[in-house]
Ligand binder design. Structure first.
Ligand code: ADP
Ligand code: MG
Length: 851
C-alpha cells in the first residue's frame, strides 16, 4: 500500500478527526488497528508490540493492533484507564465492496458507559451535573445495568459528598458546574463539558421520565441532568435505552452522610496506602456470591440507612439467616450458581450478549425456583423476591440453547438441533454429506484399485481427489485435472462437486439459521428486561443479606439494638478489619459509651496505644449497623446517626495542593458547620500541624464548640493531655485513655480502654521500641527531665490558659523561658487604680511594647 496519502489512510484520518480525543480502533481483517499517536500510547499502556506501517519509509506510521475476537478485554482496560475508544467497523461486506471497504464509527465507548464487565462487583457510574439558579441536579447512570438515579442538591459541598459516594467513571458537566471542588472530587476521571448552547429548557422537556421525589425548584435541573446522561448513552453507545430504568430519586439526607475525607479515613472502598481493595471494609464485607449482591453491598455500605424501621427490616432478615445454618448454606450455594443477570440483560438489550452469557442467564434462572422455595418459610426474606421468577424466559432458553454454548456465534453449535425441524434437517444433511464423501472415497479406491486415493478439502477449490504420481495413469478420463503437485495429481468430478454443494450449502444455511434464532432469543430476553431486572434486584438483596449473615456467623457479630435515641453503647467492640489482619496478637475488645455518662470522650494514651483503631472501630460499627449488618461486639445499642465525620490531624493532602495544616483546619471547619446533635464526630489528633500552643488552643476550642453548641456524640483522640481538664468545665465530657503498663523502662501496650486521662505520653519509650539509637534515647531522657523541671504540671497551667476564669491566684506562667515585656507590663497594671484616660494610655504603651 502506498504511503500516508493512500485511500485507506485518508479514510483513517477522516474517522480519527471524528473520533476526537477517543482512541480509534480501525477494523482491518481480524484486527482492530491503531495508528500514529494512538498506537504509541496504546502499545505502551497495553504492552502491545509497536510496529509501523510502511516500515522502510522515513515517516513510517506507528501502528499496533488487537485481535477482533479479544477486543473486549483490551477495551475494558483502556476504559479503566479513563480513555474513550471509538470503534470504526467495516460497514459493507468486504466481498461485495468495490475498492476500499467503507468504514464508519459504529460506537464510542466511554469510561462511564461500561468499564465494568459482567460479573464485576463494581458499579460503573456516569454522572451528569446541572446547575439552574441555586439548584444542582445530579443524575447517575450505570449503562451496564440500566440503573438510573437522580437527586437535587443545594450547594457544591453536597455535590462533592455525592461524588465521593458514587466514585463515577465519567462526568458530564453542565454550564457553571466545572468548579475546582467538583474537579477535585472527580479525581481526574474522563470529563466532558456540556456546552451552554445546549438549550437546557429543551433538554428538560425532552426528559422522558416523570421527575418525582424532587423539590419543585430543583426539578428542571434534575430533568436536564437525567436527559444529558441518557443522551450521552444514546449518542455514543448507539444502543437502545430499553434497559434504563425509571430514575430513582434520593435525598441527600436520606442516608447516613459521610464526606470524602471520612470515607477515605475509614478505608471503606480503598486503602489509605496502596491500591486494590485489601485492608478495606468492603474487602472484608463483600462475601457476596453474585456480582449483583456485591454491588448491592457496596451500595449499602456507601449509603447506610437512617430510618430505624428500614434498618430493623434488614436486621430481621440477617437474623433469620443466622439462626438456621442449613437454610443459609442451601441459599448461599444456590446463589453461587447465579450469574450477573442484571448486566447480561443489559447486554441483551444492547444486542451484545453472547451465547455463553445467555447460557449463564438460563442456568441462573434455573436456580431461582429452588432459591424461592428455600426462602418461602421466612416472610422477611421471601418478600424480597418478586412473584414472577421469569419461568417463561428460562423455558425459552432451556429449549433452544445447547447445554454449553460457545462464546461466539460464528461457528454455530449454539442452538439445539432438536428444537427446530429445519435446523435438524440441515445438520443431518451436512453430516450425511460428509458421510457420503467418505463413502465415495472408499468406492473410488475399490473401483480404480488405488488404495492410497484420498478425498481432501482446501480453501482454494474445495473438495478434490488426490492420487500419487505412480497411480496417476489409473485415473479415468472423466476426471478433470485441477492441479499437479510434487508427487501427485489432483482431480475433480461432477459427483464430488454436487456433494460439496450439499455440505457447504447445509452448513451455511445452518449457521444462518442458528444466528437468526439466537438473535431472536436475545430479543425475547430483551423484551423481558423489566421483569428480569426486578428478579435480579431481589436476588441481589438476598445475596447481600446472606453475606451479612455469613459475616455474623464467621466473625461472631451480634445484632445491635437500634433506636432513635442519641446513645451509643458498645460492649466489647472490635475493629473488624484490624481484627481480621492480626496474626500473632489477639485483638483486645473494648467498651465505649457515648451517652448520659458523657457523650464527648477525650481519649488519651501514648503513641501506638490503639487510639486511632478504637475511634475507627466505633465509626465502622455504627456504619455496619445502619447498613443492616450485625456488628463486631458482644452487644451494642446504636441511636441512629445522621452523619459520621472522621478526621485525622496532620494528614498530608499534597495531591490537592493544600498545606497539611490548612487541610486539617478546612476539614475541621466543615465538621463544625456540618455536624448536628445526631452526628458522630471522631477527631484524631487535631491541631497537630502547628506550634504546640496554637494546636492545643484550637483543639480546645473545637472540643468546646462540639460540646456546647453542636452537642453531638464524639471522640477526641489527642496527645495533648492538657485537654483532659475539659471534663471539669464541660458536663458531658469524659476522659478515657488506652492503658499501657510500665515495666521499669519498658512500656507494654495493653490495648485496654480505662477511665480517666493517661498519665504520660511515653514518647521516649516508643522511640526506643522503634529502634532509636541508645545515645539519643538517653539524651532525650535527660532533656525531658530538665524541661519538666522548668515546666509546671499541665493540669494547672492549661486550666488557667483555656478553662473558666480562675478563682484562685493565677498560676505561674507557662514554660516561657524568656521574659516577656508585654506580659510583665500587663502584670504591673492595676485596672482598679486607673482612670479611663490612664487606661487608654496604658493600652498604647502595651501596643508599643508589642512592636
Ligand atoms: P495510636 O492511634 O494510639 O497511635 P493505633 O490505633 O494506630 O495507635 O494502633 C497501633 C497498632 O496497635 C495498630 O496498628 C494495631 O495493630 C494495634 N492495635 C490497636 N488496637 C488494638 C487492639 N484493641 N487489640 C490489638 N491490637 C491493637
Ligand atoms: Mg493514632
Amino acid at each position: 500500500m502506498a504511503a500516508l496519502d493512500s485511500p485507506m489512510f485518508r479514510q483513517f484520518r477522516e474517522l480519527k478527526e471524528q473520533a476526537g480525543d477517543a482512541l480509534l480502533f480501525f477494523r482491518m481483517g481480524d484486527f482492530y488497528e491503531l495508528f500514529g499517536d494512538d498506537a504509541v500510547w496504546t502499545a505502551e499502556a497495553l504492552e502491545l508490540t509497536l510496529t509501523a506501517r510502511n516500515k522502510d519509509d522515513p515517516d513510517a506510521v506507528p501502528m499496533c493492533g488487537v485481535p477482533h475476537h479479544a477486543a473486549e478485554g483490551y477495551l475494558r482496560r483502556l476504559l479503566e484507564m479513563g480513555r474513550k475508544v471509538a470503534i470504526a467497523d467495516q460497514v459493507e461486506d468486504p466481498r461485495l465492496a468495490k475498492g476500499l471497504v467503507k468504514r464508519a464509527i459504529v460506537r464510542v465507548h466511554t469510561p462511564g458507559l461500561g468499564a465494568e464487565g459482567v460479573d464485576s462487583h463494581d458499579p460503573s457510574w456516569l454522572v451528569a451535573l446541572v446547575r439552574e439558579g441555586t439548584s444542582w441536579g445530579l443524575a447517575l447512570l450505570d449503562a451496564t445495568t440500566g440503573d438510573l438515579r437522580m437527586t437535587e442538591l443545594r450547594d457544591v459541598a453536597a455535590v462533592v459528598t455525592e461524588l465521593a459516594r458514587a466514585e463515577p467513571r465519567e462526568a458530564l458537566l453542565g454550564p457553571g458546574t466545572d468548579l475546582p471542588e467538583v474537579r477535585s472530587a472527580l479525581r481526574g476521571v474522563c470529563t466532558t463539558r456540556v456546552e451552554p448552547c445546549d438549550d437546557a429548557s429543551r433538554a428538560a422537556l425532552e426528559c422522558r421520565w416523570p421527575i418525582e421525589g424532587v423539590g419543585r425548584e430543583g426539578r428542571d435541573a434534575v430533568a436536564v441532568a437525567v436527559t444529558y446522561a441518557e443522551r450521552h448513552l444514546r449518542a455514543n453507545d448507539g444502543g437502545p435505552l430499553a434497559h434504563v430504568r425509571a430514575p430513582r430519586s434520593w435525598v441527600a439526607g436520606g442516608a447516613l452522610a459521610m464526606d470524602e475525607a471520612t470515607r477515605r479515613n475509614l478505608e471503606l472502598f480503598r486503602p489509605l496506602r496502596g491500591t486494590g481493595r485489601k485492608g478495606t471494609l468492603v474487602h472484608l464485607v463483600d462475601v457476596a456470591r453474585t456480582a449483583m449482591g456485591g454491588r448491592m453491598l457496596r451500595d449499602w455500605i456507601g449509603a447506610p440507612l437512617v430510618d430505624v424501621a428500614g434498618i430493623r427490616r434488614r436486621h430481621d432478615a440477617v437474623e433469620a439467616l443466622t439462626r438456621d445454618g442449613v437454610f443459609r448454606r442451601t441459599l448461599v450455594e444456590a446463589l453461587a450458581c447465579v450469574s450477573d443477570i442484571e448486566r447480561i440483560v443489559g447486554k441483551a438489550v444492547q444486542g451484545t450478549a453472547n451465547p455463553r452469557e445467555l447460557g449463564a442467564l438460563r442456568d441462573s434462572l434455573g436456580r431461582v425456583p429452588a432459591i424461592a422455595a428455600s426462602v418461602q418459610e421466612s416472610a422477611v426474606l421471601a418478600s424480597r423476591l418478586p412473584e414472577d421468577v421469569c419461568a417463561d424466559v428460562y423455558a425459552l432458553l432451556a429449549a433452544w440453547l445447547v447445554d454449553e454454548p460457545p462464546v461466539t456465534q460464528g461457528d454455530g453449535g449454539l442452538i439445539r438441533p432438536e428444537a427446530d425441524a429445519e435446523l435438524a434437517r440441515l445438520v443431518t444433511l451436512a453430516r450425511d454429506a460428509k458421510g457420503a464423501i467418505a463413502a465415495m472415497e472408499a468406492e473410488l479406491r475399490a473401483a480404480h484399485d488405488i488404495p492410497s486415493l484420498k478425498i481432501r478439502h482446501n480453501g482454494v477449490f474445495g473438495y478434490y481427489i488426490e492420487v500419487t504420481r505412480a497411480n496417476a495413469s489409473r485415473a479415468p478420463s472423466t476426471w478433470i485435472r485441477k492441479q499437479t503437485i510434487a508427487n501427485g495429481e489432483r482431480y475433480m468430478t461432477s459427483e464430488l462437486k454436487e456433494l460439496e454443494a450439499d455440505v457447504l450449502g447445509a452448513d451455511e444455511k445452518r449457521l444462518a439459521l442458528e444466528a437468526q434464532t439466537f438473535v431472536s432469543l436475545r430479543g425475547q430476553v430483551a423484551d423481558a428486561v423489566a421483569r428480569l431486572q426486578a428478579l435480579a434486584q431481589g436476588l441481589a438483596e438476598l445475596d447481600a443479606l446472606a453475606a451479612f449473615a455469613e459475616l455474623a456467623v464467621r466473625h461472631r457479630w451480634v445484632r445491635p439494638v437500634m433506636d432513635d435515641g442519641v446513645a451509643l453503647q458498645i460492649v466489647a467492640g472490635r475493629h473488624p478489619v484490624v481484627e481480621a489482619t492480626l496474626v500473632e496478637e489477639r485483638f483486645v475488645p473494648n467498651d465505649l459509651q457515648l451517652d448520659a455518662s458523657g457523650r464527648l470522650v477525650i481519649l488519651t494514651g501514648p503513641n501506638m496505644a490503639g487510639k486511632s483503631t478504637l475511634m475507627r472501630q466505633v465509626a465502622l460499627l455504627v456504619l455496619l449497623a445502619q447498613a443492616g449488618s450485625f456488628v463486631p461486639a458482644t452487644s451494642a445499642r446504636v441511636g441512629v446517626c445522621d452523619r459520621i465525620f472522621v478526621r485525622v490531624g496532620a494528614s498530608d493532602d499534597l495531591a490537592h495542593g493544600r498545606s497539611t495544616f490548612m487541610v486539617e483546619m478546612a476539614e475541621t471547619a466543615n465538621i463544625l458547620t456540618g455536624a448536628t446533635a445526631r452526628s458522630l464526630v471522631l477527631l484524631d489528633e487535631i491541631g497537630r500541624g502547628t506550634s504546640t500552643y496554637d494546636g492545643l488552643a484550637i483543639a480546645w476550642a473545637v472540643a468546646e464548640d462540639l460540646h456546647d453548641r453542636v452537642a453531638c456524640r464524639g471522640v477526641f483522640a489527642t496527645h495533648y493531655h492538657e485537654l483532659a481538664a475539659l471534663a471539669e468545665s464541660c458536663a458531658h465530657v469524659k476522659n478515657l485513655h488506652v492503658a499501657v503498663a510500665e515495666h521499669g523502662d519498658e512500656v507494654v501496650f495493653l490495648r485496654t480502654v480505662r477511665e480517666g486521662a493517661a498519665s504520660g505520653s511515653y514518647g521516649i519509650q516508643c522511640a526506643r521500641i522503634a529502634g532509636m539509637p541508645d545515645s539519643v534515647v538517653t539524651r532525650s531522657k535527660a532533656l525531658l527531665r530538665q524541661l519538666e523541671r522548668r515546666r509546671p504540671r499541665p493540669e494547672t497551667n492549661q486550666l488557667a490558659l483555656f478553662g473558666p476564669a480562675p478563682t484562685t491566684t493565677p498560676p505561674p506562667p507557662v514554660a516561657a523561658p524568656l521574659v516577656d515585656p508585654v506580659r510583665e507590663a500587663l502584670g504591673a497594671v492595676d485596672p482598679d487604680a486607673l482612670t479611663p484616660r490612664e487606661a487608654h494610655a496604658a493600652l498604647y504603651r502595651l501596643r508599643e511594647l508589642l512592636r
